[in-house]
Design a protein around this ligand. Sequence first.
Ligand code: ATP
Ligand code: SKM
Ligand code: MG
Length: 196
Amino acid sequence: MSENEQKQDVEAATPKPGILKKTIVMVGMMGAGKTAVGRALAARLDVPFLDSDHEIEAAANMTIPEIFERDGVEYFRKKESQVISRLLAEERGVLSTGGGAFLSEENREIIKENGVSVWLQADLEVTWNRVKHRNTRPLLRTDNPRKTLSELYDARVPMYAKADLHVPSDGQVTIEEMVDRALQALKNRPDVLEWT
Ligand SMILES: Nc1ncnc2c1ncn2[C@@H]1O[C@H](COP(=O)(O)OP(=O)(O)OP(=O)(O)O)[C@@H](O)[C@H]1O
Ligand SMILES: O=C(O)C1=C[C@@H](O)[C@@H](O)[C@H](O)C1
Ligand SMILES: [Mg+2]
């Protein structure tokens, strides 16, 4: 058997991710990779990719910093809950949430009823390195954004830990490797993803 035939044999025997039965919901800190990894996971599964931050911006025709500035954080959170409910009801796919979405008990319940939550568990240093040069996270527009991020991180980790699946993400793991890790975690969840 040639090397190529051997490879094809192994590939044929390896289960592939098949039918998606529930929406996969990415949760975690800003900069954890919810949007980047969620998009790549949706592409790998060939299912729709949805991003609640993007949907809120599109519906308002404003950026997130503009919404925070004009209408405030509470208004944003209300819109976020509405958008997440709508997206979960409308379409099955991969849904990346905003960093604050999983803090609300109501959102956690809606997500649990309609999908499976996946925590991208990045440490503080990794998330800081990814967000520090960006001006797109209004909550970090403080005198000491590094300290603010650290405080948010400590307060939020216990909430994110309530997610159904935990996928650790250190600074070395590429986006595609994070997709592999997420799929690995989903191997034990045939109620979410059927393997063919
Ligand atoms: N595993 C990774 N390897 C390299 N770069 C990454 C990885 N994950 C994310 N990134 C990059 O880090 C930045 C932040 O990631 P992303 O926007 O996906 O975070 P997020 O969790 O969606 O944040 P937010 O809650 O603010 O929406 C992006 O530029 C993204 O491409
Ligand atoms: O962590 C947060 O609270 C946020 C994260 C982003 O995804 C946006 O939803 C917004 O900037 C708030
Ligand atoms: Mg995002």
